[in-house]
Ligand binder design. Structure first.
Ligand SMILES: Nc1nc2c(c(=O)[nH]1)N[C@H]1C(S)=C(S)[C@@H](COP(=O)(O)O)O[C@H]1N2
Ligand SMILES: [Mo]
Length: 380
């Protein structure tokens, strides 16, 4: 392929590495990465903001479900970065195609590619910064990241439809044109693709340890090392950030509102049947880590307050302000025997940063919903 810039001497790009076949070969990996990232992102959004009808249908099992899907979300997003950069490098000569717009259809196609590129860069960039909990922009991250994801998917589907003949040829190798695999598919292309694969492997292996604990030792570039933190668990929002102090907790009582409202002192809570569960915190920002939790089953507390097996619960934190101060939990979660009002973590009384005097720990859900510094439960 040869592109020229009139007037003046022609600019020629080395054809093979910038041709449609290389672009398709990279797209073959970029497409699935985007698909996984989109599907797991939708799921995460749905779990955090379920519509009313879904609240009681959300399943609390498998207990590691969200850990897996959110780990995939962040890993596929990170893997997509070198893939997208490689793809842009491969196709950038098209920027210089002359005339820039041949027809209305051609113009629309170029516009849709511009939208796809812009939205994809935005999505990967904001997502990456989110894993560092860095928000150097004025808009709301969750809402914007969610909305732009749809723009990416829409323009990606359009792009695939427009390029379909080439993609099909790439897979079926039917036509003997530029897209057919020649006997000797030059070493340059193979080297480029191997290099890209190596880059993807490297960024994945050096970050995925933030959620895959056995790989924690080579977790060089992820913002979190799950092993580092008070009581063997990272802290996302500290007590200081939430303005919860030891002093503000003196005289703490748990309030349980329901048909038979009650308040419980720490001693009374400790006198109730205690259960131990092993469950992960799976933060939406990408890290996850399993821990041993001890405390009172939420369903036992609901029952004491006169709730029924179909009760849901609203959990209110002592934190004065914050996006995660109030959390609603559907029936299947509230009734799950693994769902605890935890008092202890890895054998010790909860540290202030991990939610002392009591916090929620439940299976298969985003870390943002594992409410710390619980003050009140409301049977609904
Ligand atoms: N009240 C309250 N609880 C909260 C939060 C918060 O901001 N406020 N942050 C949540 C987030 S984002 C995560 S990932 C988990 C982390 O728990 P940890 O700090 O004990 O690891 O707590 C959750 N519980
Ligand atoms: Mo989190």
């Amino acid at each position: 392929m040869r592109f020229t810039l009139p007037p003046g001497p022609p600019i020629t790009f080395k054809a093979r590495l910038h041709d449609a076949r290389t672009a398709t070969a990279i797209g073959r990996w970029l497409g699935p990465a985007f698909a996984v990232c989109f599907a797991t992102g939708l799921l995460s959004h749905f779990l955090q903001h379920p519509p009313g009808w879904a609240v009681d249908l959300l399943p609390s099992r498998p207990s590691w479900g969200y850990r897996l899907t959110q780990g995939l979300h962040v890993a596929s997003g990170i893997a997509a970065i070198p893939l997208l950069l490689a793809k842009l490098w491969t196709v950038y000569p098209r920027l210089f195609v002359r005339p820039p717009v041949r027809s209305v259809l051609h113009g629309l196609e170029r516009l849709s590619v511009a939208v796809l590129v812009g939205a994809s860069l935005f999505e990967l960039f904001t997502g990456l910064l989110n894993t560092f909990q860095w928000y150097p922009w004025p808009f709301d991250f969750v809402a914007t990241h969610f909305a732009v994801a749809w723009i990416v998917m829409g323009s990606l589907l359009l792009h695939i439809a427009v390029r379909w003949p080439g993609i099909r040829d790439h897979f079926t190798l039917r036509s003997p044109g530029t897209l057919a695999l020649p006997e000797t598919d030059g070493p340059d292309r193979r080297r480029l693709l191997t290099g890209i694969a190596a880059a993807v492997g490297a960024v994945t292996l050096t970050t995925v340890g933030q959620s895959v604990t056995p790989l924690g030792r080579i977790d060089l570039f992820a913002p979190r090392s799950p092993a580092h933190g008070v009581q063997g668990l990272p802290v996302n929002r500290t007590a200081a950030a939430a303005r919860v102090t030891r002093a503000s907790l003196s005289g703490w009582r748990l309030t349980v509102d329901g048909p038979r409202p009650l308040t419980l002192t720490p001693e009374e809570l400790r006198a109730l049947p205690q259960h131990e569960v092993t469950l992960p915190i799976a933060c939406v920002e990408g890290w996850s880590m399993s821990a041993r939790w001890t405390g009172v089953r939420v369903r036992d507390l609901l029952e004491l307050a006169g709730g029924s097996p179909s009760s849901r619960v609203r959990v209110v934190s002592l934190e004065e302000a914050g996006a995660y101060r109030v959390m609603d939990m559907g029936r299947l979660y509230a009734q799950d025997p693994l769902t605890l009002l935890a008092l202890r973590l890895n054998g010790e009384v909860l540290s202030l940063d991990h939610g002392y005097p009591a916090r929620i720990i439940a299976p298969n859900r985003p870390g943002v919903l594992q409410t710390k510094w619980v003050g009140r439960l409301e049977v609904r």
